[in-house]
Design a protein around this ligand. Structure first.
Ligand code: CUA
Length: 143
């Protein structure tokens, strides 16, 4: 008889927990934590001009590319990079600048730089991230 009580009790508890989850999700609108890459602004990584001569670039790193892949700004721009990763750790170094970041899942890393000299600035991943690591790059084009 006690086995029956235990099994029935366990079934009752599981039903209660399931009902609690359903009520929480649909009735109370409780959302489980999501990935930073699934929410704005990182769901649509892009270059934004926030003021004259000031830009914010939201960058998503993932195996094996950066998005956006090409960043165009006018010479003299002050550019803030917000960097996240969609999968593993990546590096983010902009050659000939002092920008050297890590892209870490769940973390937003930030750097700011002024591009005075026109030209192309290569962005490389400098943290080994798998078989496509050597081909993971992007560039800033300063016009
Ligand atoms: Cu990404 Cu190496």
């Amino acid at each position: 008889p006690f086995e029956r009580v235990a099994v029935f009790g366990a079934g009752l508890l599981m039903t209660a927990f399931f009902v609690a989850i359903v009520v929480g999700a649909f009735g109370l609108g409780i959302r489980v934590p999501t990935c930073v890459t699934d929410i704005p602004p990182f769901d649509q990584p892009a270059v934004q001009e926030v003021a004259p001569g000031r830009y914010v670039v939201n960058v998503v790193a993932q195996m094996w590319a950066f998005n956006p892949r090409e960043i165009r700004v006018p010479a003299g721009s002050l550019v803030t990079f917000n960097l996240v990763s969609k999968d593993v750790q990546h590096g983010f170094q902009i050659l000939n600048t002092n920008v050297n970041l890590m892209a870490v899942p769940g973390v937003v890393n930030r750097a700011q730089v002024r591009f005075d000299q026109p030209g192309e600035y290569l962005i490389v991943c400098h943290e080994y991230c798998g078989t496509g690591h050597h081909a993971m790059f992007a560039k800033v084009i300063v016009e």
